[in-house]
Structures are given as C-alpha cells and as structure tokens.
Ligand binder design. Sequence first.
Ligand code: GAL
Length: 676
Amino acid sequence: MKFRIALALVWAFAVSTAGLVSAGTIWLDELDIHSAVQGWGKPHRNKSVDGHPLSIGGQQFKHGFGTHAESTLHIELDGGATRFSASVGVDDEVNKSPNSSVEFIVRGDGKALWKSGVMRAGDAAKDCEVDLTGVKSLVLEVSDADDGIDHDHADWADAKFETVLATTFATTGEPALVPVAPYLLTPPAPVTPRINGANVFGVRPGSPFMFMIPATGERPMTFSAQNLPQGLKLDPQTGRITGALSARGEFTVTLHAKNSLGAAEKKFRIVCGDQIALTPPMGWNSWNCFAGAVSAEHVKSAADAMVKSGLINHGWTYINVDDFWQNHRDSRDPTLHGPFRDAQGVIVPNSRFPDMKGLADYIHNLGLKAGLYSSPGPWTCGGCTASWKHEQQDAQTYAKWGFDYLKYDWCSYGSVADKEMTNPTNAKVWGETPPKNAQAILPYRVMGTFLRGQNRDMVFSLCQYGMASVWQWGGSVSGNCWRTTGDIRDTWKSMSDIGFNQDQAAPYAKPGNWNDPDMLVVGQVGWGELHPSRLTPDEQYTHISLWCLLSAPLLIGCDMTQLDDFTLNLLCNDEVLALDQDELGKEATCILKDGDVRVYAKELADGGRAFGFFNLGVTPANWNFKALPQFGLAGKQLVRDVWRQKDVATVDAADGNLPLTIPAHGVVLYKLTAAK
Ligand code: GAL
C-alpha cells in the first residue's frame, strides 16, 4: 500500500513538474523513422525524400520527416504523449508539379484525429495540432489523395511530441504481425497429364491464331484435338494451335494430352468474333522488378523462366515490356540516348532493345505472347518517346513487330488533352456532341480504333488509374482491361487498400473487359532495386486469392529468374487460377463485413461459388460463416479448400455452420458446390 502511495506521489510530482516547468519534447526525427513504409524512395530524417533541406511553400524547416505517399509510420505512445504538432505539406523539390497532391492524416487508436485536406505542390505549410491525451497507438499517414503517387513528396516538418515521462517511442511501418514462415499450400501437380488454364479462347476473324495447351505432367507428352475448326492446326509435340479462322462462330473442341503414365481430355471453346481476352490475361510485366533498367535480355530471361519454371503449363502467357524500351527525352543514361523516330516517323527503340521483331519472335517461339507499353501523350510516364501524333503508325509498327498486347498509359497526355479535343480529326470521332468524359475517353478511342485496324489480336490495356470511371466506358473503346487505381507497392497498406476497394467497378467486368487492380507484388520486386516482397506469406495468399476472385489480369511483377519455392507455389495452383479464369467472368464483391472479416463471393460458370474469407486484423480470427441461404446457396453444399485442393466438409445451407480460423492478414479460400 505504502509503495503505491509513494508511486502515486512520484507520478503526481512528475506530471506537475512536467506541466509547470517544461513538458518533455521528443522530435519526430529523434525516433526511428526508417521503419516507415512509403510508396517511393526511402524515409529521410530532417531532409526531403530526395535528400534536400525540408521546404514547403518557400519556407524551410530544420526538423522533420521527409517521406512519399502512400506513407505510414506507427508510433507506440502508450499514453506517454500529450500533444503532437507539425507543419505539413508537399516538398518544394517537386517544382510545382501539377501531379503532386497528398493528404496528411493523424490517427490515434484507429480514429482519424486530424486531416490536412488535399494539399498540392506550392501550398503553404499547414499547422497540425493534435491532443494525444490517452492515445496508445498513433499512425502518421500520407495518402495520395486518390490520384496516384506521382510526385507526392510529403514533409512532416517541425514535427514533435509533448510528453510526460517518456523519453522515446517505438515505431513500426505497419502493425507488427507474429512472424509466420513461408508455407506451401499448393499440392504438386500429378505426373499424369492434366490440361489446365481457361476453358475458352477468343479470336477475331482473320487474325493469326496462337494458343498453347497448358498441361502439367511428365514429358514427353503428345497432344491432339477433336473437332478443331478448319483453318487451325495443332502441333502434336508442343501442343501449339496455330492458323486463322475466317468465319465467325463458336467451336467446341476436345483437347487431349497423353504421356506414358496416362491421358487427359478437356472441352475447350474457341469463339471467333469481335472479342478477345475472354478470360483475364495472365503473364509477366517488367515494371515492378526492373522499371527503368529493363533490357531485351531481361525480357528474354523472363520468357525462358516462364517455360523452365513450368508456369507456362498453368496458363501463364504474356511477356510484357513496360516503359523504357524507347529513347528518353533527357536521361543521363547513354543507353537511352538516340533518335526518337526515324525519317519516316517510325519509333526507334533504345540500344537495350536492338531488335524488337527478333524479341517478339523469341517469345513466340517459346509458345508465349509478347506485350509492349506506350502513352497517348508526347512522353511516357518515365519520359521516353510515346505515341502522340503517331498513333496509327505505332499500332502498325507493333503489329509488324508481332506484339500481342499494348498497355497505354495516360501520363503526359494531360498536357495535350485540351488541344486534342479541338483537333478537327478527333472532333469527328464524336459527331455533334461529345459524350461525358470525352477528354478522358478520346486518346483511348483513337488508339483502340487503330489497334482494331491491324490484322493481329492485340490485348488493349488502359492505364489511367481509374480516372473518369473508366470501367463504365473502357469496353466501348476496345479496351480489354483498365487499371482502376494508382500504382501498387509491396506493402499490406497498398495491396489491401487497392484489393478491398474494387466493388464499384465490379459490375462492369465481363469476358473481354476486366478491371485491373495493378500487377502482382510477390517474389523479388523492387522497381530497379530488387528485394523479396515485403508482404508476409499470409498477405501474399490474400493478394493472389483476392486478385483471382476479382477476375483481375494476373501479371507477375517479379524477377522471373529468381522464383523461390514459395512464390512458384503461389502462382501454380490450378484451382485458384481457375477462379480467375472462370468463363462466366463475374467479378467477386464483398458480401459481408464483420469486424476485421471481409467475405468475398464470386459466381462460377459451373454453378458453384467461390468464397474468400479475409482477415484484415493483426491476430488470427476464429469466425463462423453461417448465413448460407442469404448468399444464394440452398441444399447440401460440398466445401472445397481451393488452395489445398481438398474437400473439407459438406454443409446444409439451411442450418450449416462453417467454423473458420483465418490467419492474420490472411485468407481461407473455399469453393461451394451443390453436393450430389
Ligand atoms: C505508371 C504506371 C506503371 C508503370 C509506369 C511506367 O504510370 O502506372 O504501371 O507503367 O507508369 O513509367
């Protein structure tokens, strides 16, 4: 008792002394700010993200934390601080860039305590004053203000805490999860043949046909097909179907694969009509690993690895070059110096890509398809030559080289958008009255029309970060997929913010038209500086499960030559991939939120339904799923654990319960089908 009174006296003395004399001050830059998670660059103490003295709206600051959206820093206060103050804003180093806009948010114990509102380059610093009495856990967050993270250099200047007793605070980038070692769920594919991948393939009349039957099982394997329509032929050794179809129509083919241990067959629909990409494209893209350092050698190695790793046998097809295959407007890198276009206006690739046709041939010879990147503006996002005023010529060039996919990225188009609306050639596109969002639609309509004019099926991937509700009109400009968000990073915040916010676009997904929540961040990623994905193993299961439920294009973003067992295991689960490739093309939506649990449901072509049970919490969740009739299920249901490829229960929809344990930030992925 005496001891408690003495302690209370010391406490009262400390508090009153702190109050009377001076409460302690801890500057934010005295804490370990390096654990912050941010969308680009590294956290800087007393400097901007680019390493300059902190400067907002012309005012310089000595103290602070220079970061980049999207940024989070968790600080464990445990009630030890009474006040937080800072001057916040966009750092002047972005040179008034119109793209930079951010919002600073201070959260205490999960509640937003202060928000700066949207702040742009050049704005004067805003004063942030927050009462922290009793707050245990603080988060300093910088969002991209919903327009992508380009040029979002953000400063928490003069940031400090007033404290009682405390001398420092622990920080983390994201709330700590109990570490879980990578664990493999996908069972090995059988040695007997199994035909994987989509059940349907779209082609336009007259376009070169190219489809490789994806099949697992021991080699050698031979292939055959019944009812192959006239104009197509199958190579029995490789399983490649080539040729061309002249007539529109639907053809149901039976594919066969055979090895010394057994045989497999599968019904496969070929649809010859206007629409391609009848299931979401699957492949690889160079950006999330190599970014501006990409070369033809990287791309060839990725294609080789797609075959050697066996991923090709699970339906992975496209090998896509992102930005930086062209020459650059002002880079110091000599490999990017050279003419932008030749005397006839044909685009000239940079010295790292000496032979574009050769590259596409190389990829095709492996049974894969090739993709390319450009922008409707004068320059790409990275500052390389883009397609403005050369749209038709570029579409012809890509087709001549043999590319099968174009990602078309808005970027610098903003600088010419007004002018293009009054350009008489373009004005004709609309007739009398331009539609709503005409300015956003125009460049995609122009390129979409030219791509359609080529005698080659090229998947058209719109990249404009979801502006002007692209999902509502992307299909009308021949778009096959469209980004719905800014760029993804390999953090829980980025991946989960994107993945769990796709519902409004979902009703627009259908065969040939897919919402694209950006590329995968598993494996060795890093935009030029490779590191293992910062997502935990369970977060990676969430990422792949969610993207498959969302019918998202699946583009692997990692260095394919460094695939570890865990990453490979994530990418070769045929039952998980089948949800993505389901021919009904219905995107899952969130059907239930309960605390940290989110339930996503996806209708499937075979009448079954896939359910993703996700746990956004930082500890495992024990949770019971029981409202089955509410979600359109009746009678006895067979429950299959899709990752483990195992039936786990039969439940009666009327009164059944599905008790689940969902890992922290993890998922349980089930498919329910009416039991026979
Ligand atoms: C971004 C785009 C990225 C990547 C990059 C290339 O705008 O969202 O996915 O393509 O440009 O500079």
